[in-house]
Design a protein around this ligand. Structure first.
Ligand SMILES: O=C(O)CCC(=O)C(=O)O
Length: 256
């Protein structure tokens, strides 16, 4: 899959791009069918909500499941990333955030790069975060919210702890108020099968899911091989195989 000139311009201007109907119903069903067994595993790659509740992030899924091993090499994910970055990329992180109805926690205001830089030693904010919506994502069930154009600004950061023990560099609320006042806020909504792309420097947040509906998303972070991590973090937080990802065939999710 290749993005149009207009889509590339929108990504450049806003820092994110929402692409409806990229993955089909049967493809999403195939991914979701693998999840109950993965979520039932007691292992460090399944982080938990604060207080040890439900799974918050199910990480390293491409090393735990055949269907996710194929998904991270899917041409509809890898093609646009190669097009945008113009160089080889490796898999930095692959996860599902299963933000359950009533119980799914939120995420404080942050840019991904602050953590990638401070914790993992990634030199530059080039990584792309590619999401696939495994449920309809609405204003009710905890969508990500972006400050469009914030990826071009210098934003102050502070170190905090997310979930039970995850390091997350967040943005002081005074700086958030100023940026949102000036640039506004957009919530990333879309039907099941929507794909979302956003850059490492984009300011974002998501509220807890207090609706009755689940909001599961798959998230793949692809980073240029030339921009690889220089510090070793837990492998599920930042994968250590820096070999270039090569796309598989269009039908790779349903063929096997
Ligand atoms: O799953 C969410 O609601 C937030 C995810 C997020 O902030 C991220 O992928 O950087």
């Amino acid at each position: 899959m290749q993005l149009s000139r207009q889509q590339l311009d929108n990504l450049e201007t806003d820092g994110f791009l929402i692409l409806p109907d990229v993955f089909s119903g049967p493809e999403i069903d195939r991914l979701r069918a693998a999840m109950p067994a993965l979520l039932a595993e007691e292992r460090p790659e399944n982080t938990r909500e604060a207080g040890g509740g439900k799974v918050r992030n199910a990480l390293s899924l491409h090393r735990r499941s055949d269907v996710f091993a194929r998904l991270v090499r899917h041409p509809r994910l890898v093609g646009p990333a190669l097009q945008i970055l113009g160089e080889d990329v490796y898999i930095q992180q692959a996860k599902v955030n299963p933000k359950e109805g009533f119980d799914g926690g939120g995420y404080e205001w942050h840019t991904d790069f602050a953590t990638h830089h401070a914790r993992d030693g990634v030199p530059r904010p080039l990584a792309l975060n590619l999401h696939i919506f495994l449920d309809d994502v609405t204003e009710f069930n905890g969508p990500l919210m972006f400050v469009p154009g914030s990826h071009r600004r210098e934003i102050p950061m502070q170190k905090t702890i997310d979930g039970e023990k995850w390091e997350l560099w967040t943005v002081p609320r005074s700086a958030v108020a100023e940026l949102v006042g000036e640039l506004g806020l957009v919530s990333a909504k879309g039907g099941r099968g929507t794909m979302l792309i956003f850059g490492d420097n984009l300011l974002h947040v998501s509220a807890p899911n207090i609706s009755p509906w689940p909001r599961w998303i798959f998230s793949l972070i692809l980073n240029p091989v030339s921009n690889r991590a220089t510090r070793a973090s837990p492998e599920f937080a930042h994968e250590r195989d820096f070999s270039p990802v090569r796309p598989l065939a269009e039908d790779c999710l349903l063929a096997a």
